[in-house]
Ligand binder design. Sequence first.
Ligand code: PMP
Length: 351
Amino acid sequence: MSRYWSDLARQLTPYVPGEQPQGTRLVKLNTNENPYGPSPAVLDAIASISPDELKRYPDPDSSALREAFADREGLGSDQVFLGNGSDEVLAHTFQALLKHDKPLLFPEISYSFYPVWSELYQIAYERVPLRGDFTIDVDAYSMANSGILIPNPNAPTGVLLAKADIARLLETHPDSVVVIDEAYIDFGGESATALISDHDNLLVVQTFSKSRSLAGMRVGVAFGPAELIEGLVRVKDSFNSYPMDIVAQRATLASLQDEAWFQNCCQKVIATRERTSHELSLLGFEVLPSSANFVFARHPGRDAAEIFAELRQRGVIVRYFDKPLISQYLRISIGTDAEMDELLSVLEDVL
Ligand code: PMP
């Protein structure tokens, strides 16, 4: 604690991201990256950027990219906001669209950054319990609130909320901003972006870190009514979010243009997830039904922290959360088939 820190910095509990071991040979299944890498067209687009382009500031409106997103979604480009990763887009959302008079509601089990941002932007929050089977009960979001934030599929459970439930939430809370964090939507869910045209209170946030294999680049996007997007534009940095840097703009555009590569990677991840869930259940794990690129599982006969530590020792790194309600679960990202085989064979030894 430094005497130079502001009162706010003194109060904050910083977010601790999943471990990112560098340069070691590990089966890395802890932060839900895509094992297949981006389309080769993305690498070509990056390589084709000229020194002249790099020495100048980027297009301040990221026009080409916002138009490409708008076309994909059937929206106007004033309904698209870009940022350096969806974490940054969400941070802007907290700053621009949540008020201080009533709490923000989010699921009791959800992305651990939400309470961190709430503290940073001094927004009160309430965690809303899930049902016993980890599904989200939209009727439980009944208390007065300034906004509702739901990851869909939920993280770290992987459980999907139906689009009809999201529509109901929007209709029953017309005065709240409803933010759907779709970081994992491409692995089997249906995006809520189609609901934007009928609801002026919906913001949908997506990332290129998972299904698009660009976690190293930091690309996030929000879709919503122009009025909400304008709120985000008001709090953005000059040349940081919207526009993203020129490399990210070009890479993202190239990724969007290679739909076949994207679909193929997602299908491979989904097939491997289904096989892994099955194999884990044969090893005695209870595995939640996942619509994401990870599975959330517990073994009734073994302590999750112990399994985590033993896997780590044998070179397989998964995610363990030492938190109430989920401390007996492991979150396992879906890697290649070979990586999952390695996990399963190490688990056979460990159990
Ligand atoms: N939302 C959820 C639910 C996540 O799990 C993550 C990844 N940790 C993010 C947002 C942020 O992803 P990024 O900043 O890489 O876009």
